[in-house]
Design a protein around this ligand. Structure first.
Ligand code: PEP
Length: 251
């Protein structure tokens, strides 16, 4: 059965003490018998500390927000997938729209990053999603198909078991306007069908597909109740432990 996941993407927020305090508040207030897997994605600098703080908890893991294309060597400022794994993380987010637009990340680069991550034992949370123009022009299915097929479909079936897909319409990220549950379900079902066509039904049924984009405690229950929505990738609302825990409790 596929995993239910709620991922908190802290982006470039929270100083060390603020991050520690957020993790402590989550741990203090979360019910221990939750059926959801939680993933926290702090900055690289805080990854080791947050991984240490949560290492005893089977339901909580950590993620990086990106990794290098390269394995090691003269790439000043870069962080490799192997380094991320060595700091205790189990996941890496790849292809976030902010990286695609601010750092011109291409599907071709993401294809390499995905392979790099998987060969270093990381699970990948692979982001895709359309702009407002593509939604209005009705070209969003083609766009999402190209992001997924070019970024992921070089993987073998066994490697694909390490992939989580996050549908994040760009027009919904940080805007306060989420995709409604019908829009989210439509795209999630489309993505699951793409995976089934490429691999098989069993793999498609076992792939977690998350929704991201202004998801909060007010809309999570409705979004997570959709057949093909297996959780959320949460930005702004993951920085407030009350809000984040309410989202986790929305299943
Ligand atoms: C994100 O950046 O992945 C995201 C979903 O942000 P927000 O929840 O703030 O829209």
């Amino acid at each position: 059965m596929r995993k239910k996941l709620v991922v908190g993407n802290w982006k470039m927020n929270l100083l060390r003490n603020e991050g520690i305090s957020l993790v402590n508040n989550i741990l203090k207030n979360i019910s221990v018998d939750i059926s959801v897997n939680i993933v926290l994605a702090p900055s690289f600098l805080h990854l080791y500390k947050v991984s240490k703080m949560t290492s005893d908890l089977t339901y909580l893991s950590t993620s990086a927000q990106d990794c290098s294309l390269n394995s090691n060597g003269s790439f000043t400022g870069e962080v490799s997938a192997e380094m991320i794994f060595s700091c205790g993380a189990e996941y890496v987010i790849l292809g976030h729209s902010e990286r695609r637009s601010n750092f011109q990340e291409t599907n071709r680069e993401l294809r390499t990053k995905t392979s790099e991550a998987i060969s270093n034992n990381l699970n990948v949370i692979f982001c895709c999603g359309e702009s407002i123009k593509q939604r209005k022009d009705n070209t969003y299915f083609d766009w999402i198909k190209s992001q997924i097929s070019e970024g992921l479909f070089h993987l073998s079936a066994s490697d694909f078991a390490n992939i989580v897909i996050a549908y994040e319409p760009i027009w919904a990220i940080g805007t306060g306007t989420n995709a409604n549950s019908r829009q989210a379900q439509e795209v999630h079902e489309f993505i699951r069908t793409l995976v089934e066509e490429k691999y098989d039904k069993n793999i498609a049924d076992n792939t977690s597909i998350l929704y991201g984009g202004s998801c909060n405690s007010a809309n999570a229950i409705e979004l997570f109740s959709q057949n093909d929505v297996d959780g959320g990738l949460i930005g702004g609302a993951s920085l407030d432990y009350n809000e984040f825990i309410s989202i986790i409790n929305s299943f």
